[in-house]
Design a protein around this ligand. Structure first.
Ligand code: MN
Length: 129
């Protein structure tokens, strides 16, 4: 594996083609490597094999639940340190609480506000990059 150490890896879990493309285009403006997953199963597999520095988690997946993936990641000793930012259209306060209770570290609402999205990501990627 040839890894560029300065490039952090972001696992983008998203089942919608448009949202995935949009987020990848935004992330292309940052010095990061993008890994994608479209299902809960793929998300767990990529989290294990790619050791991401950050996970962006769509909560409503057609194949599985982002909340369930979050709980599994946060219950796994090898993966629980990875920050998870929920990216979801769930807008009610109760839903927001549910997302944070499941273990997400932060929450970005859909439709995505570009500034808020980039700020949330850079905040969780740390300052050494
Ligand atoms: Mn979705």
């Amino acid at each position: 594996m040839s890894l560029e150490p300065q490039r952090k890896r972001i696992l983008v879990v998203e089942d919608d083609d448009f949202n995935l493309l949009f987020m990848k285009e935004l992330l292309a403006t940052l010095p990061v490597e993008c890994i994608e997953a479209r299902t809960a199963e793929e998300a767990m597999a990529r989290a294990r094999d790619s050791a991401p520095d950050l996970v962006l988690m769509d909560i409503q997946l057609r194949h599985g639940s982002g909340l369930e993936v979050t709980r599994q990641l946060k219950a796994d000793g090898a993966l629980q340190h990875i920050p998870i930012v929920a990216v979801t259209a769930l807008a009610m306060d109760a839903d927001r609480e549910r997302v944070l209770e499941a273990g997400c570290d932060a929450y970005v609402a859909k439709p995505i506000d570009v500034t808020a999205f980039i700020e949330a990501i850079t905040a969780y990627l740390g300052g050494e990059g």
